[in-house]
Ligand binder design. Structure first.
Ligand SMILES: [Zn+2]
Ligand SMILES: [Zn+2]
Length: 388
């Protein structure tokens, strides 16, 4: 029976921490990469791993302390004698073992045939926010975006190796990227294939990693892209820019860049769907008499026709001067909401004029009559904005 304590060189009273330390030391000394890949070295390395598997597991360690080898074929049924390490399958379990071995060997074969995995990995997709002006999304625009990301390492060009060096075949797995392991269980030997721990499954190791990127083939940096802001875009719309995300590992392809637009608040115009809305203060007299007022729109100066008798919150529509819609040439309208201003600073002459007007219109003592809410200025405004 194997003496797992002796293999790791620790006492029977060793703590889990001491066992772990002893295991690491033994691995360093006996690793096939270090000690050379001879059958003896590999056998010793297997024993070290078996010893650690037993002694690091409280249950298995207890079994072993009671004189049972948990790693012996057949699960250590008995005192260990007659179930020698590597001495074939335990008697009585032969038929099961054969079945399992065949089964797992087939599974393992399928796995192993995949071969080493590529060091190259595609970079991750990246999401960046881009704040743009209202005019940018109304007319479409170009905007520069600089963002922090991974960029390919210039020094090694993504090879991960220091200049003048190259990856070498992994000694531990012979370049296959996988190691086969026989696990002894109650049902016999089971073969499992694991990614090689030495090369992480790459099949090669990098003896001298690139000092610039620490062997990753990429470094933190920043990229700049010129973004075409499509006309009609709105806050929350996403744009995918293919291949401009994070640089991949080891020269792998870039991920994609996703840009989320955030439209800056405009002091004068708010967006409601395809339309733009603004508020135009109109003197009471202009509302009553009618006027043509000029406002500065996103399309430059435009005339707003205030009809005689315009009511508070009445809406004047300037067609085609609104916002756009993605993938459409048609623009919505600019809705100008009239904000009729009643003077609060009348001087004596003005007050007299208004009193004469009131008398002329018989409005000196206006009669009280409530208006129904259905036709109120508020519901009219809503209807108007909704295009009803
Ligand atoms: Zn590099
Ligand atoms: Zn390997």
């Amino acid at each position: 029976m194997n003496d797992y304590y002796a293999i790791l060189g620790v006492d029977k009273s060793a703590t889990p921490e001491e066992i772990k330390r002893a295991y690491r030391r033994a691995c360093r000394e006996s690793h096939p990469d270090v000690a050379g890949s001879t059958p003896e070295v590999e056998e010793r390395f297997k024993q070290i791993n078996a010893a650690y598997e037993v002694l690091s597991d409280p249950q298995k360690r207890e079994m072993f302390d009671m004189g049972v080898d948990p790693m012996a074929p057949g699960g250590g049924g008995g005192n260990g004698s007659g179930f020698g390490f590597g001495g074939g399958t335990g008697s009585g379990f032969g038929s099961f073992a054969d079945i399992f071995e065949t089964f797992f060997a087939a599974a393992a074969g399928a796995q192993a045939s995949r071969g080493p995995v590529s060091r190259q990995q595609r970079g991750r997709d990246q999401l960046e926010r881009l704040t743009v002006d209202l005019a940018d999304v109304v007319f479409g625009a170009q905007a520069d975006l600089t963002f922090s990301t991974f960029v390919a390492c210039d020094l090694c060009g993504g090879s991960c190796c220091a200049p003048g060096t190259e990856p070498v075949r992994c000694q531990a797995c012979g370049g296959r990227g996988a190691t086969e392991r026989v696990v002894r269980s109650m049902l016999g030997n089971m073969r499992t294939v694991d990614a090689c721990r030495t090369c992480q499954g790459f099949g090669t190791v990098i003896p001298t990693p690139c000092p610039e990127c620490a062997g990753q083939g990429r470094i933190r940096g920043s990229k700049q892209v010129t973004v075409t802001v499509p006309a009609g875009a709105d806050s929350g719309n996403r744009l995918r820019v293919q291949g401009r995300g994070e640089a991949g590992l080891a020269g792998g392809p870039n991920g994609d860049l996703y840009i989320v637009f955030q439209v800056r608040r405009h002091p004068d115009f708010t967006r409601e769907g395809d339309n733009l809305v603004c508020t135009l203060p109109v003197p009471m007299t202009a509302a009553a008499l009618g006027a043509t007022m000029v406002i500065e729109t996103l399309d430059g100066p435009q005339e707003v026709n205030v009809r005689p008798g315009s009511q508070p919150r009445e809406v004047v529509t300037l067609e085609g001067l609104g916002a756009g819609r993605l993938n459409s040439n048609r623009r919505g309208d600019l809705k100008v909401v009239l904000d009729i201003r009643v003077p609060t600073d009348l001087d004596d002459a003005q007050r007299e004029l208004l009193q004469r007007l009131a008398a002329e219109r018989g409005e000196e003592h206006p009669e009280a009559a409530l208006a129904s809410t259905a036709g109120s200025v508020f519901s009219r405004l809503k209807d108007k904005l909704a295009g009803r």
